[in-house]
Write a protein of this length. Structure first.
Length: 412
């Protein structure tokens, strides 16, 4: 059995309320479900540690607080990359293969995550990060470079991911991701989860969402933030019983209701992210009409209806997507979101479905333009296929200035 790398010290705070459900997300928000809405088992407290000594893997660099303070320019505000429930993430520079700070723009660029000093949950997550990322290595997992554990200071140092998060590209940036780029990212993230689930001692990620999928220069996806990761069931056990943590809108319904965690909980979350990639909508969006705020509830009827499916494709793609690709992605997402966990596909199966989608070139815009060039077919009654342009008012509005020709999509 894989032994924890670090010792976690939990005092009287280890007892958790069985009726409390907490959802933690990257924006440092929490939502508590009232006691009469959920009765959830609490997470068993960690065994008392033999000592406070930290023993991370030898390949991790051990930084002093002063070194990281210098590397980030005294944690100056303009170096902040993001904020989460854990604390702030700063951009910094260090010398290659060294803990020595470097001048900005030289050496190796890193991301330094600083733990909020008064957070027990943050300390628990810090330990989990070092425990898992210190031992697990894969092309689709962000690399943990080192750590700092000095007095009450807890920091983590990661490789710097140039393109930021998938969340930023889907929802916050003006230039949308191209369809091939979205498929590349989905496949990379799926491979990361498949690696965790297929490990000799399986790991359940537990907080799969767009803000935790980081992208390098070539848009390769890497999973980050392992603070909520959990060792999977061992032996004859079918699940892990734990208090419910994660992000509202992504957590599997059976996990929210019972606290029973399995790899299929991650699969559900993957289905939500796949749906966000397909639609360009957030999993939860209070700014939308009441019937559209929950993405899964809103989109589920469309996913199972080929006549309506293309109405939910991200309009910013403007028909620059694969017809078969959209069909496959919708089918895959629908399967991942199955209410019965046992009926959901495994991450290995998901990877196998996604791989061929990278090579599809049956772009909807090409098919549409081909139809327009054929006399007598413009006004033909549609059979509900993708070329029912009445279903695409937003996508055909600027068809002549399509990103396919203008380069307004991020290439991969």
């Amino acid at each position: 059995m894989r032994k924890p790398v670090l010792s976690l010290i939990l005092a009287s705070h280890t007892s958790e309320s069985a009726a409390e459900t907490r959802y933690l997300n990257a924006s440092n928000r929490e939502m508590c479900v009232p006691n009469d809405e959920a009765k959830l088992p609490s997470e068993p407290p960690d065994p008392p540690p033999p000592s406070e000594t930290c023993r991370p893997p030898p390949q991790l660099l051990q930084f002093t607080f002063q070194e990281l303070k210098s590397a980030t320019g005294n944690f100056r505000p303009d170096s902040i990359l993001g904020e989460g429930g854990f604390g702030y993430v700063f951009k910094g520079w260090i010398e290659e293969n060294s803990t020595s700070p470097a001048k900005p723009g030289t050496g190796v660029t890193v991301a330094v995550k600083s733990l909020k000093p008064d957070g027990l949950q943050g300390h628990r997550e810090w330990v989990a990060e070092v425990d898992f990322l210190g031992q697990l290595h894969h092309a689709n997992l962000v690399k943990l470079v080192g750590y700092c554990s000095e007095d009450d200071q807890r920091l983590l140092v990661y490789e710097f991911m140039t393109r930021g998060s998938l969340e930023n590209h889907l929802f916050r940036r003006t230039m949308p991701l191209s369809w091939p780029c979205r498929m590349k990212i989905a496949l990379g993230a799926a491979k990361g989860l498949a690696f965790l689930h297929g490990n000799r001692e399986p790991v359940i990620y537990r907080d799969f969402k767009t803000s935790n999928i980081l992208l390098d220069t070539e848009f390769n996806a890497k999973l980050s933030d392992f603070g909520l990761a959990k060792a999977g069931p061992q032996g004859d056990n079918t699940h892990v019983s734990t208090r419910v943590v994660g992000t509202y809108g992504y957590a599997a319904p059976e996990y929210v209701m019972t606290g029973h965690l399995t790899s299929k909980s991650d699969v559900y979350s993957f289905g939500v992210v796949l749906l966000e990639i397909l639609t360009g909508r957030r999993s939860m969006d209070k700014k939308r009409p009441s019937g559209e705020q929950n993405l899964v509830s809103w989109a589920r009827p469309y996913l199972s209806d080929k006549r309506k499916l293309y109405q939910i494709v991200d309009p910013r793609l403007e028909l620059n997507y694969s017809i078969k690709g959209v069909q496959k992605v919708s089918q895959l997402s629908y399967g991942c979101l199955n209410r019965d966990p046992k009926s959901r596909p495994s991450m290995d199966e998901i990877v196998k479905v996604l791989i061929p989608l990278l090579d599809l070139n049956d772009m909807a815009i090409i098919s549409y333009q081909s139809r327009l060039s054929q006399p007598g077919r413009r006004r033909r009654k549609s059979d509900g296929h993708v070329l029912n342009m009445s279903s695409h008012p937003l996508q055909i509005r600027n068809i002549r200035g399509s990103p396919l020709n203008s380069g307004k999509h991020h290439p991969c």
